[in-house]
Design a protein around this ligand. Sequence first.
Ligand SMILES: Nc1ncnc2c1ncn2[C@@H]1O[C@H](COP(=O)(O)OP(=O)(O)OP(=O)(O)O)[C@@H](O)[C@H]1O
Length: 756
Amino acid sequence: MDILKVLSRGIKPTGKKTGGPSAAAALPSAGSKPNPQFFHDKVGGSSSKGKKRKRSKKDQGDNHGEDEEEEVSDVDFFAPKTDEHSEKPAETKGDGEGGGDGKVEEQPKKKAKKLLLDEEECKRILRSHRLKLSILSGQQKEEKAEPKKKKAKKDKKSREEPAETKEDKKPELVNPQPLTSFRDLRDIYDIAPQVADNITRQGFRQPSEVQMASLPLLLDAKTALKKADANGHISAEGGVDFMAVAPTGSGKTISFLIPAIDGIIRRRGEKTDEHVLDAIIVAPTRELASQIVNEGRKLALGTGVRVVLMKRTLPLSAHEDKRETEDDDGDDSDADGNEDDEEGKNAEEPEASEDESDSEAEQTKGEGSEKPKPPARVDILVTTPKILLNFLSGGTKPVTLKKSLPTVRSLILDEADVLLDPIFKKQTIGIWRACTNADLRMSFWSATMASNIETIITKQLDKMSKRMEIQPKPLIRLVVGLKDTAVPSVSHRLIYTATEPGKLLALRQLLHPVKESGAAEEPLRPPFLVFTQTIERAQALHDELKYDIPVEAGGSARIAVLHSSLSDSVRSKIMARFRSGEIWVLVTTDVLARGVDFAGVNGVVNYDVPNSAAAYVHRVGRTGRAGREGGIAVTFYTKDDVPFVKSVANVIAASERQAGSNKVEGGGSSSTVQKWLLDALPKVAKEDRRKLKVRGVESRRTGGKATITTKSAWERKRENNRRGAIEGSKRRKKLEQQKQKEGGGDGDGEFGGFDD
Ligand SMILES: Nc1ncnc2c1ncn2[C@@H]1O[C@H](COP(=O)(O)OP(=O)(O)OP(=O)(O)O)[C@@H](O)[C@H]1O
């Protein structure tokens, strides 16, 4: 197999071991910032109220149809403001382009009212981008009380307690102002000029869908809802709590960072030297937390806002609680929250270790270790759950909060569904309870959000507002596109190989430079990620593949393994080498499944089937980011996976339906998962799904050393027997020699028996 060719394709061979950034830039999915928007459906204007939305392939990209409806995608919402929308061009408002000296000029509120779109227009834009916003809890419901009573009259039994109708249960839809251009951030929402400049500097031209819907609400909910809530029955004063379910790679990170940074700049005013812990961002893995810090620092450049990664030695300023708070979140759901639980490791790897070499930590260490450390200067803290909870509880078990964080006004849970899943739930809720500010605003972000997680969130919000004796804020949920599906820009392959050796052979074929005759699949274009179920399997697969790459192509340096058992510094180095293009094949576990952003990744291989539909969505979301086309997701399944693969097949089918890629001319189907296969795959019982999510496929939980090889079980057994026989014979020979030495025996000693 000529690995050299495949790994060198599109990349000039340097003869050196490092690929460097230029190598990565040569890859098709890297390079300049693409259009981050996924959807541009045709939606009628206000006159077309009630018309059905069309979701054909034609609607989504090809806008040359004969349809007479007004096409939203033809309207350039992102052109500079004209007099029609804007009173004055932004340049005349003294925004101080190119700022960055750290000084903030308090700006008077603009004539936002005149810039706002009417509700019908908002609705039309939101629908064309498949943005659905609803109020999940916390709204004032007076107006809804009346119809309930009427319904109750019909039913004698329910007269005393009016029945909740289906309509009542349905969350109320709302159409806030969408952000049609980043320019609106200044013109309507008055964001700090430095932050606006930093957005431009990063090359972001158009807001992505999640940014369109979330930024207005998080920056100024009252203005964003002005036209949508003329009666004022949504109490947006002081902001809203927010949940965003948006595709992987759709730009959620800056959606929560911009409001966090801008809020701090606004509140501190002229006191730019003051650093008060204002926002906490919680992420499930160290890689993701570090990445958020980097993104935050880019956006906060020149503002003086300090974005810091939590470390064990960081002297964070906190309030010492006199009365120790018991860890009684009182939740009746099955939160074991044990991060050391071996079972949990299989699903999503929690963070176990902390790097102490952080410059912030070093900076705050006293000369002599006895000296009390001055509090760290932090405005935004980014953390994994365990390390912050340890700080707050002093490591007590069971967890007892000894400190609180009363200055925190914004708690952001990135990958909220996993943070509120049993593995992390207790830690996350513990942090939430430590944030005691009455103005605390919560936001929850993920590409997937199961309904039980939404319930946990609404219950917990309710509990917290009762505890603090405050009126709950409206919780607004945003869903971009079809909930819990894979990003539309990725194409999927589902490959059956009966056994493990077959799977390894198939993976090797994907590395092959050209399609071999008889090979079922096209080779993959590096760089790509390969996911396994366990750390042992990742290690074993890496060992198996590492010498496949010829020295001329960089040899074993081109392939690496990353998992949570490695030290933080090793993990960081591997991440850096993969980002720079030096490593082309990265074998990993679910520790890299969520959040991490490698712009140039062309493919994702699920060597082991993911443990849940959500895990599939996140793993494959490492490619096709920010609207980049050409990402490929390959999933292998074997005999052992058949009982569990249905949820993955379903999510592929739904994702392809959404992307419009499963229909071909003439009414045929080009979907990855044929209907017969979907029908034939067994349904997975709820209990089995739960077990699978926690433990993975049982037969792969080796406990000890994982075996990944191209040899069949029969071949391996034969080899083992042969090896055993040789060793046995050696032992017998040695014994005989020893006996002869000792007693000069004739060798007719006792029968030693067979060793195997
Ligand atoms: N408006 C924009 N235009 C172009 N690129 C953007 C824009 N906003 C964000 N990006 C880029 O898109 C990529 C993905 O963004 P981000 O990591 O925030 O995605 P995400 O939604 O958090 O994904 P995940 O669910 O996987 O965590 C990043 O490289 C980011 O720089």
